[in-house]
Write a protein that binds this ligand. Structure first.
Ligand code: DGJ
Length: 730
């Protein structure tokens, strides 16, 4: 049983694999968090609440109710009634006041978990059964009913939480903050790990010691953003890759968010993750319900590695819906770095013809095929083929590409509108804007007001016309700017602060239509590189373009940071040319391929201009992808060492779930003078089994020796060198 209720103490215990999350209804109906951590047999842990210590529960000592409110570990803390810490829930009541007071009203427990209206969310899957507890809290003053939807997964140490707010009152209430999850820790001796970044430098881990006060990351950009990812981990100070207690939190949402930790006066830590309150105010009419996105929490006693593997399993088993999630993805070649906007049908057909001979399976035509787009300054919104570039239309090009035995993919940027477009000329009001204010231009484009159904209809019908006009197997969905002047000309003044969320609901609506109408389409999300790499997007697309930075060494960093929360199978990773277009670095072709092997694998170059030596290496690289792709997609990732720990080398491995084989990737980042071999210890193998490395089948070695003694890496000479090993159980 994943969820239990103990009537005598009014205690709820959610058990996920070997982790407990315990809550209790105490006097006066407050719902408190008793414990979260390694599973324990006891059903009554109420001493942890210290209700027998001053200030006691309010019913015992009303004189100290304020102190109680400001120190109790609330499951869903609200503002204005004595808890001065960061709230998860904030409102503006019909009388203009901002206090709320949530008390237990009822609960129910059921097997499985519900889908969320219009929002991505994890679902029940056979591999990891789950049960759900819904607890209804009430704010009597306004008539708001807040339902916490709490799910525990039986075979993964993972929990999810989402929140529904129903206005059962008789007047509208404004919701200012409906965060998705709050966790309370009776300690402040922890580090917080977050992922920060920038364009071409996404998801760099940063680990900081918690300090008194509030520390947070957030996005107010309308996308989850390059700058901060909707992920945070809290871990004990000595937690490392393989040991120590870690809690990881992630928001299944692609828009604005906030993840915060507050260390309190009593050295406790409150953690909250959700959409945040900046620029958000949602008018809830009587009878209406608002649903906040889902957050996931993952617990590990095996350090950061254990946390990542649970996230990977959770997203792969319970979030990604695409039929491609475990299926081999076609090896694609994308023309962006090959041609940028400067292409026509002949150029693309030449690339396809040469690529197909090397074993590449799909040509993806990137930005620049529509309207009169010759650079990034026009035509977004005019999704009709530029016949000057593609004479005879899309069908003719697709047939040529198919003639080489390849499939075809295409790029769209459905959320945007160029000022120089027929769409903008006929519907200037369809851009997100504030009436009377200058619209900030970014990449010479504006953002479409996808909160409006007529706008979504227009964009979708154009996309559909293109997809129905030719045999298209793949779509790259790009999004190259963030929102400014958040406003909609279709909404009244008191709903303008709903725009950011309504926009994301509009994006999800479009994506849902796309994956429903084209169930076999391989959808890859992208946002100016990796600016929207979040779990919300994984619900629609099994892969997301990781970064516009395709340099091998930069990618080691980016893919390492990304792997803290996301599976490698979701990381769009391509081999490109050198000097690298972003950083100007030159690395060996084989190293670039080995880096991409730990992702979705593909090429982003003009194969007609490659040297014969590089070209001749491609069939072998594809063979490696075919051989190891399954391990990468469905195995367990073990990070051995990262370029952040030691700038000289980087190593990782993928182990089959049944431990029957493992792929080890070693990167010598910097050559070393007076070198001797470097020893690395493998991880995740069966200690009692005997393995051999494929190149030397006669030499067997126990899993215990591979993990405890390690292997020597030798023979690499120079910077950016790499080698891979394949260990097979005998
Ligand atoms: C940003 C993407 O990350 C690139 O791969 C490319 O598709 C460009 N946009 C096209 O404008």
């Amino acid at each position: 049983m994943a969820v239990e209720y103990f009537e005598d103490t009014r205690t709820f215990r959610l058990r996920s694999k070997d982790t407990d999350w315990v809550m209790q209804v105490v006097d006066e109906g407050y719902l408190l968090q008793v414990y979260c951590g390694a599973a324990v047999p006891d059903s009554d842990l109420s001493w942890l609440l210290r209700l027998d210590e001053p200030p006691f529960v309010p019913s015992v000592n009303m004189r100290d109710k304020g102190t109680f409110m400001d120190s109790a570990p609330f499951v869903y803390p609200c503002a204005g009634t004595g808890d001065y810490r960061e709230p998860a829930f904030e409102i503006v009541a019909p009388d203009g006041t901002t206090a709320s007071d949530l008390r237990y009203s009822s609960h129910r427990i059921y097997s499985g978990k519900p889908a969320l209206d219009g929002l991505p969310a994890t679902f029940a899957a056979e591999e990891s059964g789950c049960e759900t507890l819904e607890i209804v809290l009430e704010d009597k003053f306004t008539g708001l009913e807040v339902t916490l939807v709490c799910t525990a997964f039986e075979k993964l140490s993972a929990f999810t939480r989402s929140v529904r707010v129903k206005n059962c009152g008789i007047q509208p209430v404004f919701l200012k903050n409906v965060s998705s999850m709050c966790a309370e820790f009776d300690s402040s001796d922890m580090d917080m790990i977050t992922l920060w970044g920038s364009w071409a430098r996404e998801r760099i881990p940063e680990r900081c010691r918690l300090h008194h006060g509030v520390q947070y990351i957030s996005s107010g950009r309308g996308t989850s953003s390059h700058q901060y990812n909707p992920f945070a981990a809290l871990c004990v100070r000595n937690a490392d890759e393989d040991s120590g207690e870690v809690w990881g939190f992630s928001l299944v949402y692609s828009g604005n968010f906030k993840a915060l930790a507050e260390v309190t006066q009593h050295d406790c830590t409150r953690f909250i993750i959700g959409m945040g309150s900046d620029g958000f105010l949602w008018k809830l009419e009587p009878g209406e319900t608002f649903t906040a996105p889902e957050a996931a929490a993952v617990h590990s006693l095996e350090g950061l590695g254990g946390m990542s593997r649970t996230f990977h399993d959770l997203w792969r088993q319970n979030l990604i819906r695409s039929p491609y999630k475990f299926r081999e993805r076609p090896v694609l070649i994308n023309n962006w770095e090959a041609t940028y906007f400067n292409f026509d049908a002949d150029k693309l057909a030449n690339i396809a013809s040469e690529a197909s001979e090397l074993g590449i399976e799909m040509l993806v035509m990137d930005d620049g095929w529509f309207g009169h787009r010759e650079s990034d300054n026009s035509s977004l919104g005019d999704w009709f083929v530029n016949e000057k570039k593609l004479p005879g239309g899309l069908g003719a090009l697709v047939e040529r590409v198919k003639g080489y035995g390849m499939r075809f993919g295409i790029w769209f940027e459905p959320e945007m509108i160029s000022p120089d477009s027929d769409l903008f000329r006929s519907h200037p009001d369809w851009a997100i804007q504030i009436k009377g204010r200058e619209m900030t231009m970014s990449r010479e484009q504006y953002v479409l007001d996808l909160s409006r159904s007529e706008v979504r209809e227009c964009v979708y019908s154009q996309i559909k016309r293109i997809l129905d006009s030719a045999d298209i197997a793949y779509v790259k969905w790009d999004c190259n700017r963030q929102i400014t002047e958040a406003g909609s000309l279709a909404l009244p003044a008191d709903r303008q602060q709903e725009v950011m969320h309504r926009y994301i609901l509009g994006v999800y609506d479009l994506m849902e239509r796309l994956v429903t109408d084209y169930p076999d389409l391989l959808l890859e999300n992208c946002s100016g590189g990796g600016g929207r790499f979040d779990p919300g997007m994984l619900y629609y697309s099994p892969q997301i373009w990781c970064s516009d930075d395709t340099d091998a060494l930069e990618r080691l960093k980016i893919q390492y940071g990304t792997s803290l929360c996301y599976p490698c199978s979701a990381m769009g990773a391509h081999v490109s040319v050198c000097p690298n277009h972003t950083v100007g670095r030159t690395t060996p072709f084989s190293t670039r391929a080995n880096v991409s092997l730990a992702g979705t694998f593909g090429y982003e170059l003009d194969v007609t201009k490659l040297s014969e030596e590089d070209k001749s290496a491609i069939p072998g690289q594809i063979a490696l992808y075919k051989k190891y792709g399954r391990l990468v997609r469905s195995g367990d990732l073990f990070r051995i060492s990262s370029i952040f720990d030691d700038p000289e080398y980087h190593a990782l491995m993928f182990v089959a779930k049944d431990k029957s084989e493992a792929l080890v990737e070693y990167f010598q980042v910097l050559g070393r003078p007076n070198r001797r071999s470097r020893r690395i210890k493998l991880k995740g193998l069966d200690p009692d089994a005997v393995y051999f490395e494929e190149k030397a089948p006669e030499k067997t070695i126990s899993g215990a020796a591979l993990m405890n003694c390690g292997i020597n890496i030798c023979g690499l000479w120079g910077d950016c060198q790499s080698v891979i090993f394949h260990y097979i159980k005998k």
